[in-house]
Design a protein around this ligand. Structure first.
Ligand SMILES: Cc1cc2nc3c(=O)[nH]c(=O)nc-3n(C[C@H](O)[C@H](O)[C@H](O)COP(=O)(O)O)c2cc1C
Length: 133
């Protein structure tokens, strides 16, 4: 399994992760759940109308944290917008409940992928493991 598949699998198992962005010098964090591997990239989904989207447009640096089964993951990198319809379709197909709020053809749905990502999986019992993708 590739690094990006392992990282996405961790987020799938955790179901909820926390996405941190920056607004000026103020950190902002909120729960997220969407994660998809597409063309060997890790994508997340949001709405262009949200504050989180504005923050990423102004400063693409972001981190994700999740905890699952005694291990935690931190994913650090930059988030890049991808307006390709096929990626939005794949994301909405993975999370059909989102189709009540989003569609691949609205002007709100946004998918973003991690660039230069470094993920670290850590626990109290084992040495941290670094996964780059
Ligand atoms: C369990 C859970 C999962 C969520 N997943 C997402 C998600 O994947 N994408 C998203 O845009 N919002 C998601 N949300 C909603 C955001 O947390 C919420 O819209 C938040 O206010 C967005 O951050 P902002 O206010 O800084 O824009 C989720 C909320 C919960 C409780």
């Amino acid at each position: 399994m590739s690094n990006v598949e392992r990282v996405c699998g961790f987020l799938d198992d955790a179901k909820v992760y926390y996405l941190a962005t920056a607004e000026g010098d103020q950190p902002r964090v909120r729960p997220f759940g969407t994660a998809l591997v597409y063309e060997d990239r890790l994508y997340i989904q949001t709405g262009k109308k949200k504050d989180v989207s504005r923050q990423i447009a102004a400063n693409p640096k972001a981190e994700i944290c999740a905890f699952q089964d005694g291990k935690w993951i931190r994913i650090a990198g930059e988030l890049a917008n991808d307006d390709r319809r096929e990626v939005k379709v794949a994301m909405l197909d993975k999370y059909p409940s989102l189709k009540a709020m989003y569609s691949a053809d609205d002007d709100n749905t946004q998918v973003l992928y991690f660039r230069e990502a470094v993920a670290t999986i850590a626990s109290f019992t084992a040495a941290p493991e670094e996964l780059r993708f």
